[in-house]
Design a protein around this ligand. Structure first.
Ligand code: ADP
Ligand code: MG
Length: 531
């Protein structure tokens, strides 16, 4: 007889939240995270200073970075962070937009829940709204040619505006477009693909930001190991070696008891002999450059230098791999495995004057480039790197999509109005849910206005009026507060940045509203009553 006996199926350390409370909790978490990043949206957004527990400081305007550094505990909140991470991985930009949109979708959902509209209906309305929004976005997208440098530069510019790297924006936009065009591959269908792995970003502290440059090849943060080696090599045949160029224990007989100076001499001679052999094998294979992932013994350095070989040691694994790809060579374990086929080729290998860098250019595979960034402080150069990363990714997106959309709140207003019209074709509660979905888009122009010191409501009204008058590209000039044609203003973004933000924002919102029971196991908590 179980009647009257409560059945306990959860452990003591499980904290349970149910029903409206669970939904509220997720709404609050989403709102808190969105509020934390929304002030950074747009060119006039502010920066955040983040300090980690170990005292490291990051100053950034980048949504993805801010969220990455925030240690979010709330389970629903973690899903929100995932939206930003996916956005960053998939498209490389639009993280703040995605989070702010999600926050707005949750706000709208809260209003619907308060009107006793069931979460299933909300989810249904959001799904319908999303499908329609993506369809409209496709219609609004404008084609861009692979060679249309001017447009691609504008796309790069839009992604960088407002970051603290304004000073060299033009140069960086140029470099990123060059880099992407260089590594892009045309497919049979006539479209283009870009392998992100072909573009490396390298940083050097010391010089001014203005010295950023694109190197058609590989850059490694190492100088040659030995002064006596040539400082540069033309027509380079490059050996890529993973193991140390040293005498390893197995090469010298393990148990030798040295009892006389005679034997000592024999021993070191044997050792020197093995080292010389390593160098000889390299030279015999035809190599005049060595990239070694581990150390190179002094004797090997000496023999290599005598044979006019340029060598660097302790090269990072990632750099070895990138070099192998660029040089069309193969990384071998030992020099004995070297031959014509495993060696890589480049026109030039050498030290970049006044730096600690080795540059390998004119590689066999032209589809490997390095963007070399410089800056006077680590903080600055890190933010520059994030900006360059964003710019590279958006140019890549645009080249792959072959389309772009209009920024400055323009597409969001168009989506809001058109999805709202679509909602009107439905009746009943689902109509309310689709309408709520459409209203969520207003958050983008509103936030852009707010962050620029303008009245959000006034600006949204003015934008809607312009769009109602058929000005499809009207958006907010965040510097003057005027409603202007954003295509003419050059504020344009890849299609994919918006598609991805809408998809992941909506899907996560749908997931979160449907949750009505949260069970959180408290790790580390002792049995009940012990705390
Ligand atoms: P995200 O992380 O979402 O990329 P950003 O801080 O980069 O956030 O802001 C992107 C938003 O700013 C987009 O809506 C974009 O259209 C808008 N934007 C960018 N440049 C301008 C500009 N010059 N004028 C108005 N809006 C702009
Ligand atoms: Mg951006």
């Amino acid at each position: 007889m179980l009647a009257g006996q409560p059945i306990i199926i959860l452990r003591d350390n499980v904290e349970r939240t149910r029903g409206f409370e669970a939904q509220r909790s997720n709404i609050m978490a989403t709102r808190a995270i969105a509020a934390a990043v929304r002030t950074t949206l747009g060119p006039r957004g502010m920066d955040k200073m983040l300090v980690s527990s170990s005292g490291d400081v990051v100053i950034t305007n980048d949504g993805a970075t801010i969220l990455h550094e925030m240690s979010v505990q709330h389970p629903g909140g973690k899903l929100v962070i995932e939206v930003a991470e996916t956005q960053d991985e998939e498209v490389g930009d639009g993280t703040t937009t995605a989070i702010v949109l999600l926050g707005s979708l949750m706000d709208e959902a809260e209003k619907l829940l308060a009107q006793k509209i069931h979460p299933t209906v909300i989810a249904q309305g959001y799904q319908l709204g999303m499908e329609k929004a993506l369809e409209i976005l496709d219609e609004l997208a404008i084609a861009v040619d692979f060679d249309d440098r001017e447009t691609l530069i504008k796309i790069a510019d839009t992604a960088m505006i407002g970051k603290s790297v304004e000073a060299i924006k033009e140069k960086v936009a140029d470099i990123t477009v060059d880099a992407v065009q260089q590594v892009a591959t045309k497919t049979d269908a006539g479209t283009y693909t870009v392998d992100e792995g072909d573009i490396k970003i390298k940083k050097q502290v010391g010089e001014t930001m203005h010295d950023a440059e694109l190197i058609r090849g590989v850059v490694i943060e190492k100088k040659r190991v030995f002064e006596q080696m040539p400082a540069s090599i033309t027509d380079a045949k490059v050996a890529l070696i993973a193991q140390p160029l040293e005498v390893t224990k197995t090469q010298v007989k393990s148990k030798i008891k040295i009892t006389s100076s005679e034997q000592m001499k024999a021993f070191s001679e044997q050792e020197r002999e093995s080292l010389r052999k390593l160098a000889e094998q390299i030279v015999a294979a035809g190599a005049n450059v060595v990239l070694c992932q581990k150390g190179i013994a002094d004797a090997v350095q000496y023999y290599l230098a005598r044979n006019g070989v340029y060598a660097i040691e302790d090269v990072k694994e990632a750099d070895m791999k990138f070099a192998a790809r660029a040089l069309c060579g193969t990384i071998v374990n030992k020099p004995e495995e070297l031959d014509e086929a495993t060696l890589g080729h480049a026109e030039e290998v050498g030290e970049l004057p006044n730096t600690e860098l080795t540059v390998i250019s004119g590689c066999d595979n032209p589809k490997a480039v390095t963007i070399l960034l410089r800056g006077t402080s680590q903080l600055l150069i890190d933010e520059l790197e994030r900006a360059v990363y964003d710019a590279t990714r958006v140019v890549q997106d645009a080249v792959e999509d072959g389309t772009f959309v209009i920024g400055g709140g323009s597409v969001e207003i168009e989506l809001q109005m058109r999805v709202r019209d679509y909602a009107a074709t439905f009746g009943g509660r689902v109509q309310l849910a689709i309408e709520a979905f459409s209203n969520a888009f207003e958050v983008v122009p509103k936030t852009l206005a707010e962050n620029s010191g303008f009245d959000p409501i006034d600006k949204v009204v003015a934008l809607k009026k312009a769009h109602a008058d058929g000005k499809k590209h009207a958006g907010l000039n965040v510097f003057t507060g005027e409603v202007v044609d954003m295509q003419e203003a050059g504020v344009i973004e890849p299609h994919r940045v918006k598609t991805q933000a809408i998809k992941s924002g909506t899907e996560t919102a749908m997931l979160l509203v449907r949750v009505d029971d949260m069970m959180v196991t408290q790790t580390g908590a002792g049995p009940a009553g012990m705390e």
